[in-house]
Design a protein around this ligand. Structure first.
Ligand code: SF4
Ligand code: SF4
Length: 655
């Protein structure tokens, strides 16, 4: 066997710490290594050409590259082998950058570690077998989960490209968080004025099927062909008959906290979430309906002139196949209840920014008036506190919530407009205004009279009638106190509680804060680790509206590209069973997360005849190559192609 070893300098990324020249020389003495060289940038055209040349001239059969992580350039080097007439999976990458040069100082020991990584890769590639892929057709129908601005924009982009989309939203209406906003920064556009036309367009687009009040029940399959079950929750109102007159809502006696108004108003059990809702027809919230809970009421049925109320309606399971999926499930805002320092929940005049946002809105709980909830009177002095639950490792989240500096600036401007004589104070740690026209917008807020005070608020005293905000003022180096009529907390953006369950169903991963992880933070920002599943908006992390819309377009373009190609390649690294040693115990079956393993009957020659026995069989189209089954198999009969026991043990032996 003739193996070639190629060591990349990665500029000074590797060569600054590892002695690449001596490493390349030493690699020549490894078993079956026929050729070795070091190159400044292996991924460059010159680097790739040098590999091709060596494969041809040295008649190389396998290749080991010492470079950056395989996540960066494994596919690049597989293409190089393919172009050179070799099986593309005859390449092994030793990660000399992330696993060596970036984490160690320069020195002999670092070069020795790099050598051992190369040695391990050579040991593995000696046992590599050629791998193949199959071409599979793609179902040209997309699923978008989440009906906020990210989901709406993604669905519209895919639909406009000519493909069918199902847009699934678990509340009764499209709109998401953006529907709760009064105005948007930095232009102070009315949020509903720019969002509502998009909601209407999505609901009436011939290529979009809108499924509101619905949730994902089950996911199986793989890129190009996901089989997904969607639970359409019973709305208890026949929307074909309902005219949206609202008589049922008006007469319903059940009163519940209104989540759209951040629980600052009540809604009925039969309700449409907000005036511009799409669809603008009610649903019955069965958990709070008197008839469903106590068996008595039926007022809505009596008053409905269209006879649309249908208590017998049942949940429906919709089963559909999709080629690609976009997750756009948005975010929640932290409610710092029980946090003693801010007094939220202890005093009615300490509110969150989203609660203030609803106060600004003319269809909100106060009809657009900013008032102190305790008295209903206009505040004379409002204190805004930023970074509540953000940038705080001890309490809350270590990350920055990205949008709070700008929406607080927006709130001070809107307050000035509504109540010109009211004073605004903003306590901040730093001001972050990265984004087009954001710095100018913030300057405008400061120049209208909002007083910005750099300091970390230690306590909002709520004991007496007045609110007293205590903080250290960094600019004068002293403790200060500011009396307030209303305190507004810019509390953190956090991952939705439902995100984890959804991620598990789609095989996506979450980060330490519960947001969904992109496949690569720079190069694959809208992809997940599951091929064919993409991300848009704040389900991936705090995001503003322009970036969310940009991400939605990017995710949609990935799906459009997939559908335009029309086919996908199956994974080469799937599991395979060695039937000769499989005992048929099927311990592997329940551990497979995608149900790729089932029992098969095989005929086997034994002395005196042929017997039929049970063994495990793997459906290659379904297998995701996770390797869980290989660990569950007691006989070592289950192997992952490209990572066989033999290959992995060869690596371990050379550690
Ligand atoms: S049955 Fe009664 S409580 Fe239930 S939605 Fe209708 S009116 Fe409201
Ligand atoms: S490697 Fe095994 S457990 Fe993982 S998906 Fe494939 S068959 Fe299922």
């Amino acid at each position: 066997m003739r193996i070639g070893v190629f060591i990349c300098w990665c500029g000074s990324n590797i060569a600054g710490t590892v002695d690449v020249e001596s490493l390349s020389e030493k690699a020549k003495f490894l078993p079956d290594v026929y050729y070795s060289e070091d190159v400044k940038y292996m991924c460059s055209e010159i680097g790739q050409e040098s590999i091709k040349k060596a494969i041809k001239e040295q008649k190389l059969e396998r290749v080991v590259i010492g470079s950056c992580s395989p996540r960066m350039h494994e596919e690049t080097f597989q293409e190089v082998l393919k172009d050179s007439g070799l099986n593309p999976y005859y390449v092994e990458i030793a990660n000399l950058r992330e696993q060596c040069s970036w984490v160690h100082d320069e020195g002999e020991e670092t070069t020795q570690k790099a050598f051992e990584l190369v040695e391990k890769a050579v040991a593995k590639i000696r046992f590599a077998k050629p791998l193949t892929t199959e071409t599979l057709p793609v179902t040209k129908r997309a699923l978008v989960v989440g009906g906020g601005i990210a989901g709406i924009q993604s669905a519209l982009d895919i639909a406009e490209a000519g493909y069918e989309v199902d847009l699934v939203e678990n509340t009764p209406s499209l709109g998401g968080r953006m529907a709760q906003l009064d105005k948007t920064f930095p232009t102070l556009d009315c949020s509903a004025c720019i969002l509502t036309p998009k909601m209407v367009e999505a609901s009436s687009h011939p290529n979009i099927r809108l499924l509101t009040y619905a949730e994902i029940e089950d996911v199986s399959g793989f890129v190009g062909n996901f089989d997904i079950k969607i639970r359409q929750k019973a709305k208890s109102i026949d929307h074909d008959k309902c005219t949206g007159c609202g008589d049922c809502t008006e007469k319903c006696p059940a009163k519940i906290d209104n989540e759209f108004e951040e629980d600052k108003e009540i809604r009925k059990a039969v309700y449409t979430p907000f005036p511009q809702a799409v669809p603008n027809k009610p649903v019955i919230d069965r958990d709070n309906c008197r008839y469903f809970q106590k068996g008595k009421c039926k007022v809505c049925q009596k008053v409905c002139p269209a006879e649309a109320v249908d208590y017998e309606q049942e949940d429906e399971i919709i089963e559909e196949r999709y080629g690609g999926v976009i997750l756009a499930t948005g975010f929640d805002q932290l409610k710092p209840e029980g946090w003693e320092e801010f007094g939220y929940g202890a005093h009615p005049d300490v509110i969150t920014s989203l609660e203030l946002e609803r106060m600004f809105n003319s269809s909100g709980p106060t009809g657009g008036k900013v008032v102190c909830p305790s008295t209903g009177r206009e505040p004379k002095r409002v204190v805004f506190i930023q970074c509540v639950g953000s940038r705080d490792k001890n309490k809350g989240n270590a990350y920055c919530s990205k949008v709070c500096c700008l929406y607080t600036a927006k709130h001070t401007l809107l307050l000035k407009e509504k109540l010109p004589d009211t004073e605004s104070f903003v306590f901040y740690i730093d001001i972050r205004t990265a984004g087009k026209s954001y710095e100018e917008f913030y300057e405008r807020a400061r120049s209208t009279g909002a007083k910005y005070l750099k300091g970390h608020v230690s306590k909002v005293e709520t004991d007496g009638k007045e609110l007293l905000v205590r903080s250290y003022d960094n600019s004068i180096g002293e403790q200060i106190e500011v009396e307030a009529d209303l305190v507004v907390l810019a509390s953190a953006i956090k991952a939705k509680g439902t995100t984890e369950g959804l991620a598990q169903m789609f095989g996506a991963t979450g980060d330490k804060d519960g947001f969904l992880s992109e496949a690569h933070p720079k190069l694959k920002p809208v992809e997940t680790q599951t091929a064919g599943v993409f991300l848009a908006g704040a389900c991936q992390g705090p995001n503003d509206i322009p970036d969310t819309v940009g991400q939605a377009g990017a995710a949609a373009s990935k799906i459009i590209g997939l559908f335009n190609r029309g086919e996908v390649e199956s994974l080469p690294t799937t599991a395979e069973v060695d039937a000769s040693i499989c005992s048929g115990c099927l311990k592997c079956e329940p551990v497979c997360p995608v149900g790729a393993i089932s029992s098969e009957q095989i005929e086997e020659k034994v002395p005196g005849g042929v017997v039929t026995r049970q063994v495990a069989g793997v459906n290659n189209a379904l297998c995701r190559g996770c390797g869980a089954c290989t660990a569950a198999c007691r006989n070592g009969a289950m192997n992952l192609k490209g990572y066989t026991h033999r290959e992995l043990l060869a690596e371990v032996d050379n550690l």
